[in-house]
Design a binder for this molecule. Structure first.
Ligand code: PLP
Length: 251
């Protein structure tokens, strides 16, 4: 049993470009032992609008029905991939009830199973990113909170320019024999510790600014809604063997 993965309408490394689908299907239909049941599409991302997500669902169903008809596939399966977004600062969360109402109006062709594969929406709240604050400093009037971490741990905010909420956990003892660097009641840019300017500027939660009532060196800082950006997806230094042993541990 097989379905053709289709990833969208712009250049990318995943799936099959839409104009190439008929040729790929034609080849696939020639292969012995393969029962072509439908299409697997993933062409939406971080969408907070229930109306457009429902419209996307409808589009996937219509496109699949038309393409199956044109290519001679007995359509039984349409997977629309993920795409439901996660709300960050000031954004309105995805309205699941509204999406349900609208999605129920989509009538798939008889005998066709529709599959939704939300990813981030399901797991983002399951994890936090926590890192130690190793320095708090001012430069030309702007304040920076430097983490023992960054895109090598947590890449998504950089890739998607997300303004993450953060929380600073106060730690009272300050063993050093010098004044403790602290930013109080001011905007701060939270940055990672890696060296290249782009990396530093864009490190986890940097590039964005955060407001913290008081941030001191050695305080731990935590960012919620980090459950869909695992270490595996971020570490610049991680080797394939680390990934396979992580996968083994997860199993
Ligand atoms: C094929 C496929 N389905 C589903 C998902 C989940 O997408 P999202 O996290 O946007 O819901 C992805 C994410 O990359 C994907 O590649």
């Amino acid at each position: 049993m097989s379905s053709v993965p289709v990833m969208g309408i712009s250049a990318g490394q995943f799936g099959v470009a839409e104009p190439d689908v008929p040729d790929v299907v034609r080849e696939a239909l020639r292969l012995p032992g393969l029962d072509m049941v439908g299409f697997h599409i993933h062409a939406a991302s971080n969408n907070l609008n229930a109306g457009t997500q429902a419209a996307y669902l409808g589009w996937c169903v219509d496109w699949s029905a038309q393409t199956a008809r044109a290519c001679g596939i007995d359509l039984r399966h349409v997977d629309i991939g993920g795409g439901i977004g996660v709300a960050f600062q000031g954004e309105k969360p995805f309205d699941v009830a509204r999406f349900g109402e609208l999605a129920a109006r989509t009538e798939p062709p008889a005998g066709v199973k529709i599959v939704l594969e939300p990813g981030r929406f399901l797991v983002a709240d399951c994890g936090w990113y926590a890192a130690e604050v190793i320095d708090v400093k001012a430069s030309y009037g702007e304040w920076f909170v430097v983490l023992r971490g960054g895109i090598n741990h947590f890449q998504l905010p950089t890739c998607w320019d997300i303004v993450h909420n953060i929380a600073v956990l106060p730690v009272a003892p300050w063993p050093e024999n010098c004044p403790r660097p602290t930013a109080e009641d001011r905007r701060v840019a939270v940055v990672g510790e890696l060296c290249p300017p782009l990396t530093t500027y864009c490190c986890a939660m940097s590039g964005s600014t955060a407001y913290a009532p008081e941030t001191s060196s050695s305080s731990p800082m935590r960012a919620p809604t980090a459950g869909s950006s695992p270490y595996t997806a971020s570490s610049a230094t991680q080797s394939l063997s680390d990934i396979s042993s992580e996968a083994g541990a997860a199993r």
